[in-house]
Design a protein around this ligand. Structure first.
Ligand SMILES: Nc1ncnc2c1ncn2[C@@H]1O[C@H](COP(=O)(O)OP(=O)(O)OP(=O)(O)O)[C@@H](O)[C@H]1O
Length: 354
Protein backbone atom coordinates (compact mmCIF):
# COMPACT_ATOMS: atom_id res chain seq x y z
CA UNK A 1 0.00 0.00 0.00
CA UNK A 2 1.24 3.51 -0.78
CA UNK A 3 2.24 5.69 2.16
CA UNK A 4 -0.56 8.13 2.99
CA UNK A 5 0.03 11.89 2.88
CA UNK A 6 -0.45 12.10 6.64
CA UNK A 7 -0.01 9.14 8.97
CA UNK A 8 -1.04 9.66 12.57
CA UNK A 9 0.29 6.72 14.57
CA UNK A 10 -0.89 5.81 18.05
CA UNK A 11 -1.27 9.37 19.25
CA UNK A 12 -2.34 9.99 22.83
CA UNK A 13 -2.48 13.32 24.58
CA UNK A 14 -2.85 14.58 28.11
CA UNK A 15 -3.30 18.15 29.27
CA UNK A 16 -1.94 17.84 32.82
CA UNK A 17 -3.98 15.03 34.40
CA UNK A 18 -6.71 15.14 31.74
CA UNK A 19 -6.35 12.46 29.10
CA UNK A 20 -8.01 13.85 25.93
CA UNK A 21 -6.80 11.55 23.11
CA UNK A 22 -6.40 7.80 23.47
CA UNK A 23 -4.24 5.93 20.97
CA UNK A 24 -5.57 7.61 17.84
CA UNK A 25 -4.33 6.38 14.46
CA UNK A 26 -5.49 8.01 11.25
CA UNK A 27 -4.41 8.11 7.62
CA UNK A 28 -5.13 11.10 5.42
CA UNK A 29 -4.82 10.56 1.69
CA UNK A 30 -3.56 13.18 -0.76
CA UNK A 31 -6.40 15.12 -2.38
CA UNK A 32 -9.00 13.97 0.15
CA UNK A 33 -11.50 15.95 2.20
CA UNK A 34 -11.43 14.57 5.73
CA UNK A 35 -13.94 15.74 8.33
CA UNK A 36 -13.38 15.19 12.05
CA UNK A 37 -16.89 14.99 13.51
CA UNK A 38 -17.79 14.70 17.17
CA UNK A 39 -19.45 16.38 20.12
CA UNK A 40 -17.86 19.15 22.15
CA UNK A 41 -14.90 17.85 24.13
CA UNK A 42 -14.35 14.74 21.99
CA UNK A 43 -10.81 15.82 21.09
CA UNK A 44 -11.26 17.06 17.50
CA UNK A 45 -9.52 20.39 18.00
CA UNK A 46 -6.70 18.74 19.94
CA UNK A 47 -6.12 16.31 17.07
CA UNK A 48 -6.20 19.15 14.53
CA UNK A 49 -3.73 21.15 16.68
CA UNK A 50 -1.42 18.13 16.72
CA UNK A 51 -1.62 17.95 12.90
CA UNK A 52 -0.85 21.67 12.68
CA UNK A 53 2.05 21.56 15.16
CA UNK A 54 0.41 23.74 17.82
CA UNK A 55 0.35 20.82 20.26
CA UNK A 56 3.04 18.14 20.57
CA UNK A 57 1.34 14.87 21.58
CA UNK A 58 2.30 13.14 24.80
CA UNK A 59 2.70 9.87 22.88
CA UNK A 60 2.76 8.76 19.27
CA UNK A 61 3.90 10.31 16.00
CA UNK A 62 2.66 12.30 13.05
CA UNK A 63 4.26 11.65 9.69
CA UNK A 64 3.63 14.01 6.79
CA UNK A 65 4.88 12.87 3.38
CA UNK A 66 6.80 10.18 5.21
CA UNK A 67 8.68 12.63 7.44
CA UNK A 68 8.28 12.58 11.22
CA UNK A 69 6.77 16.02 11.93
CA UNK A 70 5.59 15.28 15.49
CA UNK A 71 7.61 18.08 17.08
CA UNK A 72 8.08 20.34 14.02
CA UNK A 73 6.66 23.85 14.71
CA UNK A 74 3.64 25.11 12.68
CA UNK A 75 5.55 27.42 10.32
CA UNK A 76 8.08 24.71 9.46
CA UNK A 77 5.64 21.98 8.42
CA UNK A 78 3.65 21.74 5.18
CA UNK A 79 0.32 22.58 6.83
CA UNK A 80 -1.67 25.77 7.32
CA UNK A 81 -4.63 26.34 9.61
CA UNK A 82 -7.81 28.37 9.14
CA UNK A 83 -9.24 29.33 12.52
CA UNK A 84 -12.89 29.96 13.30
CA UNK A 85 -12.33 33.68 13.94
CA UNK A 86 -10.23 33.97 10.70
CA UNK A 87 -7.51 35.94 12.59
CA UNK A 88 -7.06 38.56 9.82
CA UNK A 89 -4.86 41.60 10.54
CA UNK A 90 -7.32 44.54 10.67
CA UNK A 91 -4.79 47.23 9.73
CA UNK A 92 -3.52 45.41 6.63
CA UNK A 93 -5.13 45.36 3.20
CA UNK A 94 -6.70 42.10 2.07
CA UNK A 95 -3.84 41.63 -0.40
CA UNK A 96 -1.22 42.03 2.36
CA UNK A 97 -3.16 39.72 4.64
CA UNK A 98 -3.17 37.03 1.98
CA UNK A 99 0.52 37.58 1.14
CA UNK A 100 1.59 37.50 4.79
CA UNK A 101 2.68 33.85 4.87
CA UNK A 102 4.76 34.37 1.74
CA UNK A 103 6.52 37.38 3.29
CA UNK A 104 7.37 35.23 6.32
CA UNK A 105 8.90 32.71 3.91
CA UNK A 106 11.03 35.41 2.27
CA UNK A 107 9.22 35.50 -1.09
CA UNK A 108 9.90 38.74 -3.03
CA UNK A 109 7.28 41.51 -3.27
CA UNK A 110 6.28 41.10 -6.92
CA UNK A 111 5.81 37.33 -6.60
CA UNK A 112 3.89 37.83 -3.34
CA UNK A 113 1.43 40.22 -4.96
CA UNK A 114 0.96 38.00 -7.97
CA UNK A 115 0.35 34.87 -5.87
CA UNK A 116 -1.97 36.74 -3.49
CA UNK A 117 -4.00 37.92 -6.50
CA UNK A 118 -4.33 34.38 -7.84
CA UNK A 119 -5.32 33.07 -4.40
CA UNK A 120 -7.99 35.77 -4.10
CA UNK A 121 -9.24 34.94 -7.58
CA UNK A 122 -9.52 31.30 -6.53
CA UNK A 123 -11.96 32.23 -3.75
CA UNK A 124 -13.92 34.68 -5.93
CA UNK A 125 -12.51 37.88 -4.39
CA UNK A 126 -10.28 39.17 -7.20
CA UNK A 127 -11.54 42.73 -6.56
CA UNK A 128 -10.85 42.82 -2.83
CA UNK A 129 -7.03 43.16 -2.99
CA UNK A 130 -6.88 46.76 -1.72
CA UNK A 131 -9.76 46.61 0.71
CA UNK A 132 -9.58 46.15 4.50
CA UNK A 133 -11.09 43.28 6.52
CA UNK A 134 -13.79 45.50 8.11
CA UNK A 135 -15.14 46.34 4.64
CA UNK A 136 -15.99 42.70 3.97
CA UNK A 137 -18.89 40.50 5.09
CA UNK A 138 -18.40 37.43 7.30
CA UNK A 139 -18.51 35.08 4.33
CA UNK A 140 -15.99 37.21 2.42
CA UNK A 141 -13.62 37.32 5.41
CA UNK A 142 -13.86 33.55 5.57
CA UNK A 143 -12.80 33.38 1.91
CA UNK A 144 -9.86 35.70 2.60
CA UNK A 145 -8.76 33.40 5.43
CA UNK A 146 -8.91 30.49 2.98
CA UNK A 147 -6.92 32.38 0.35
CA UNK A 148 -4.31 33.27 2.96
CA UNK A 149 -3.95 29.64 3.98
CA UNK A 150 -3.84 28.33 0.41
CA UNK A 151 -1.37 30.88 -0.97
CA UNK A 152 1.59 29.08 0.59
CA UNK A 153 0.51 25.88 -1.17
CA UNK A 154 0.38 23.61 1.88
CA UNK A 155 0.21 19.83 1.57
CA UNK A 156 -2.64 19.88 4.07
CA UNK A 157 -5.10 22.63 4.92
CA UNK A 158 -6.50 22.39 8.44
CA UNK A 159 -9.86 24.03 9.18
CA UNK A 160 -11.16 24.43 12.74
CA UNK A 161 -14.96 24.96 12.68
CA UNK A 162 -14.38 27.34 9.75
CA UNK A 163 -18.09 28.02 9.21
CA UNK A 164 -19.03 28.27 12.88
CA UNK A 165 -19.43 32.05 12.86
CA UNK A 166 -21.77 32.14 9.86
CA UNK A 167 -25.57 32.02 9.83
CA UNK A 168 -27.20 28.80 8.64
CA UNK A 169 -27.94 29.88 5.07
CA UNK A 170 -24.47 31.27 4.45
CA UNK A 171 -23.02 28.21 6.14
CA UNK A 172 -24.72 25.88 3.65
CA UNK A 173 -23.59 28.06 0.75
CA UNK A 174 -20.00 28.16 2.00
CA UNK A 175 -20.04 24.36 2.36
CA UNK A 176 -20.70 24.04 -1.36
CA UNK A 177 -17.95 26.56 -2.08
CA UNK A 178 -15.45 24.84 0.20
CA UNK A 179 -16.06 21.49 -1.44
CA UNK A 180 -15.70 22.97 -4.94
CA UNK A 181 -12.53 24.82 -3.88
CA UNK A 182 -10.99 21.68 -2.42
CA UNK A 183 -11.69 19.73 -5.60
CA UNK A 184 -10.23 22.47 -7.79
CA UNK A 185 -6.98 22.96 -5.82
CA UNK A 186 -6.56 19.27 -4.95
CA UNK A 187 -5.01 20.05 -1.55
CA UNK A 188 -5.97 17.66 1.28
CA UNK A 189 -8.40 19.41 3.64
CA UNK A 190 -8.99 18.34 7.26
CA UNK A 191 -12.06 20.05 8.67
CA UNK A 192 -13.35 19.98 12.27
CA UNK A 193 -17.08 20.26 12.94
CA UNK A 194 -19.76 19.06 15.35
CA UNK A 195 -22.41 19.45 12.62
CA UNK A 196 -23.23 16.08 11.07
CA UNK A 197 -24.96 17.62 8.06
CA UNK A 198 -21.81 19.59 7.35
CA UNK A 199 -19.76 16.40 7.66
CA UNK A 200 -22.00 14.54 5.21
CA UNK A 201 -21.98 17.43 2.74
CA UNK A 202 -18.19 17.81 2.71
CA UNK A 203 -16.38 14.63 3.59
CA UNK A 204 -14.82 12.05 1.35
CA UNK A 205 -13.65 10.52 4.60
CA UNK A 206 -15.62 11.08 7.78
CA UNK A 207 -13.97 10.43 11.16
CA UNK A 208 -16.43 10.15 14.06
CA UNK A 209 -14.80 11.00 17.38
CA UNK A 210 -16.09 10.39 20.87
CA UNK A 211 -14.32 10.82 24.16
CA UNK A 212 -10.82 11.07 22.66
CA UNK A 213 -11.21 8.03 20.41
CA UNK A 214 -12.10 7.36 16.78
CA UNK A 215 -15.44 5.53 16.96
CA UNK A 216 -15.96 5.06 13.27
CA UNK A 217 -14.49 6.28 9.98
CA UNK A 218 -15.15 5.90 6.30
CA UNK A 219 -17.14 7.38 3.43
CA UNK A 220 -20.10 9.31 4.91
CA UNK A 221 -22.55 7.06 3.04
CA UNK A 222 -21.01 4.01 4.69
CA UNK A 223 -20.92 5.58 8.17
CA UNK A 224 -24.59 6.54 7.75
CA UNK A 225 -25.86 3.25 6.31
CA UNK A 226 -23.64 0.90 8.33
CA UNK A 227 -22.48 2.74 11.47
CA UNK A 228 -19.96 0.70 13.43
CA UNK A 229 -21.16 1.64 16.90
CA UNK A 230 -24.22 2.86 18.78
CA UNK A 231 -22.58 6.27 19.22
CA UNK A 232 -21.92 6.58 15.51
CA UNK A 233 -25.53 5.54 14.68
CA UNK A 234 -26.96 8.27 16.89
CA UNK A 235 -24.43 11.04 16.22
CA UNK A 236 -24.24 10.70 12.43
CA UNK A 237 -27.97 11.09 11.80
CA UNK A 238 -30.76 9.83 14.04
CA UNK A 239 -31.88 6.27 14.78
CA UNK A 240 -34.22 4.17 16.86
CA UNK A 241 -31.97 1.88 18.90
CA UNK A 242 -33.19 -1.34 20.52
CA UNK A 243 -30.90 -3.57 22.60
CA UNK A 244 -31.48 -7.27 23.08
CA UNK A 245 -30.16 -10.65 24.18
CA UNK A 246 -29.86 -13.53 21.73
CA UNK A 247 -32.46 -16.13 22.78
CA UNK A 248 -31.66 -18.49 19.92
CA UNK A 249 -29.78 -18.72 16.61
CA UNK A 250 -30.72 -21.43 14.09
CA UNK A 251 -30.51 -21.87 10.33
CA UNK A 252 -29.38 -18.29 9.79
CA UNK A 253 -32.16 -16.74 11.90
CA UNK A 254 -31.49 -15.00 15.20
CA UNK A 255 -34.21 -14.56 17.79
CA UNK A 256 -33.39 -11.44 19.75
CA UNK A 257 -35.21 -10.88 23.04
CA UNK A 258 -35.81 -7.13 23.36
CA UNK A 259 -37.95 -4.79 25.46
CA UNK A 260 -40.39 -4.49 22.51
CA UNK A 261 -40.73 -8.28 22.17
CA UNK A 262 -38.86 -11.05 20.33
CA UNK A 263 -37.47 -10.02 16.96
CA UNK A 264 -36.40 -12.62 14.38
CA UNK A 265 -33.76 -11.44 12.00
CA UNK A 266 -31.31 -12.95 9.55
CA UNK A 267 -27.77 -13.67 10.79
CA UNK A 268 -25.75 -15.69 13.26
CA UNK A 269 -25.07 -14.96 16.94
CA UNK A 270 -24.09 -16.79 20.11
CA UNK A 271 -27.07 -17.47 22.38
CA UNK A 272 -26.80 -15.34 25.52
CA UNK A 273 -24.77 -12.62 23.78
CA UNK A 274 -26.16 -9.11 23.48
CA UNK A 275 -26.28 -6.55 20.69
CA UNK A 276 -28.35 -3.59 19.53
CA UNK A 277 -30.35 -2.83 16.44
CA UNK A 278 -30.74 0.56 14.86
CA UNK A 279 -33.29 1.72 12.29
CA UNK A 280 -33.02 5.04 10.47
CA UNK A 281 -36.17 7.23 10.63
CA UNK A 282 -36.74 6.99 6.86
CA UNK A 283 -36.85 3.18 7.19
CA UNK A 284 -39.18 2.89 10.18
CA UNK A 285 -42.67 1.90 9.01
CA UNK A 286 -45.92 2.66 10.79
CA UNK A 287 -48.10 -0.34 10.00
CA UNK A 288 -46.92 -3.86 9.29
CA UNK A 289 -46.73 -4.53 5.55
CA UNK A 290 -46.07 -8.10 4.34
CA UNK A 291 -42.43 -9.11 4.67
CA UNK A 292 -41.62 -6.55 7.34
CA UNK A 293 -40.32 -7.27 10.85
CA UNK A 294 -42.79 -6.30 13.56
CA UNK A 295 -41.45 -4.11 16.34
CA UNK A 296 -44.66 -4.03 18.40
CA UNK A 297 -47.23 -1.33 18.99
CA UNK A 298 -46.50 2.25 19.84
CA UNK A 299 -48.35 5.39 20.83
CA UNK A 300 -47.68 8.43 18.66
CA UNK A 301 -46.38 11.46 20.56
CA UNK A 302 -45.01 14.50 18.72
CA UNK A 303 -45.74 14.94 15.02
CA UNK A 304 -43.61 17.79 13.72
CA UNK A 305 -44.07 19.37 10.29
CA UNK A 306 -40.68 19.81 8.62
CA UNK A 307 -41.60 21.00 5.15
CA UNK A 308 -41.16 18.03 2.83
CA UNK A 309 -41.81 15.45 5.59
CA UNK A 310 -43.15 14.99 9.11
CA UNK A 311 -41.02 13.82 12.00
CA UNK A 312 -42.96 11.39 14.17
CA UNK A 313 -41.98 10.25 17.65
CA UNK A 314 -43.78 7.27 19.17
CA UNK A 315 -43.17 5.29 22.36
CA UNK A 316 -43.37 1.51 22.58
CA UNK A 317 -46.48 0.25 24.38
CA UNK A 318 -44.49 -2.55 26.01
CA UNK A 319 -41.59 -0.36 27.08
CA UNK A 320 -42.15 3.41 27.11
CA UNK A 321 -38.36 3.76 27.42
CA UNK A 322 -38.05 2.90 23.70
CA UNK A 323 -38.64 5.90 21.44
CA UNK A 324 -39.39 5.18 17.79
CA UNK A 325 -38.44 7.89 15.37
CA UNK A 326 -40.03 7.93 11.91
CA UNK A 327 -40.01 10.24 8.92
CA UNK A 328 -43.31 10.26 7.07
CA UNK A 329 -44.69 11.94 3.99
CA UNK A 330 -46.47 15.20 4.82
CA UNK A 331 -49.89 13.82 3.80
CA UNK A 332 -49.78 10.62 5.91
CA UNK A 333 -52.76 10.38 8.26
CA UNK A 334 -50.99 9.90 11.60
CA UNK A 335 -51.87 12.03 14.60
CA UNK A 336 -50.64 12.43 18.12
CA UNK A 337 -52.34 9.88 20.42
CA UNK A 338 -52.85 7.20 17.72
CA UNK A 339 -51.82 3.64 18.46
CA UNK A 340 -49.85 2.21 15.54
CA UNK A 341 -48.00 -0.98 14.65
CA UNK A 342 -44.30 -0.36 14.05
CA UNK A 343 -42.09 -2.37 11.71
CA UNK A 344 -39.24 -2.20 9.24
CA UNK A 345 -37.87 -4.26 6.38
CA UNK A 346 -35.20 -6.78 7.47
CA UNK A 347 -32.62 -5.26 5.11
CA UNK A 348 -32.96 -1.91 6.89
CA UNK A 349 -31.97 -3.25 10.30
CA UNK A 350 -28.48 -2.13 11.28
CA UNK A 351 -26.69 -4.41 13.72
CA UNK A 352 -24.49 -2.46 16.11
CA UNK A 353 -21.51 -3.25 18.30
CA UNK A 354 -22.25 -1.77 21.72
N1 LIG B 1 -5.07 23.72 26.59
C1 LIG B 1 -5.83 22.87 27.27
N2 LIG B 1 -5.60 22.63 28.57
C2 LIG B 1 -6.35 21.75 29.27
N3 LIG B 1 -7.39 21.06 28.74
C3 LIG B 1 -7.66 21.27 27.46
C4 LIG B 1 -6.92 22.18 26.65
N4 LIG B 1 -7.46 22.17 25.41
C5 LIG B 1 -8.48 21.30 25.44
N5 LIG B 1 -8.62 20.76 26.67
C6 LIG B 1 -9.61 19.73 27.06
O1 LIG B 1 -9.47 18.63 26.18
C7 LIG B 1 -10.72 18.05 25.87
C8 LIG B 1 -10.87 17.96 24.35
O2 LIG B 1 -10.96 19.28 23.84
P1 LIG B 1 -11.03 19.62 22.29
O3 LIG B 1 -11.06 21.10 22.17
O4 LIG B 1 -9.97 18.89 21.57
O5 LIG B 1 -12.43 19.01 21.93
P2 LIG B 1 -13.35 19.34 20.70
O6 LIG B 1 -13.92 18.03 20.29
O7 LIG B 1 -12.63 20.11 19.68
O8 LIG B 1 -14.48 20.20 21.35
P3 LIG B 1 -15.11 21.61 20.87
O9 LIG B 1 -16.02 21.26 19.73
O10 LIG B 1 -15.84 22.05 22.09
O11 LIG B 1 -13.96 22.48 20.50
C9 LIG B 1 -11.76 18.91 26.54
O12 LIG B 1 -12.18 18.27 27.72
C10 LIG B 1 -11.04 20.20 26.85
O13 LIG B 1 -11.57 20.78 28.01
Amino acid sequence: MNAPLVDVRNVSHRFGQASVLHNVSLRIEAGSYTVLLGPSGSGKTTLLSILGGFVVPTEGNVFIRGEDCTAVPPAKRPTTTVFQDYALFPHMSIGKNVAFGLRMRGVDGATRAQRARSALKLVGLADAFDRRPHQLSGGQRQRVALARALVVEPAVLLLDEPLGALDLKLRRQMQDELKALQKSVGTAFVHVTHDQEEAMALADHCVVMNDGRIEDEGAPERVYSQPATRFSATFMGESTVISGTVAGSRSGIITLRTPVGDISLPGEATPGSTFSLAVRPEHLLLGEPAGSLGLGEAVVGDVVFQGSFRRVLATSKRDPGIAFLARLATGSPVASGDTVAVSCRPEHIIRLKD
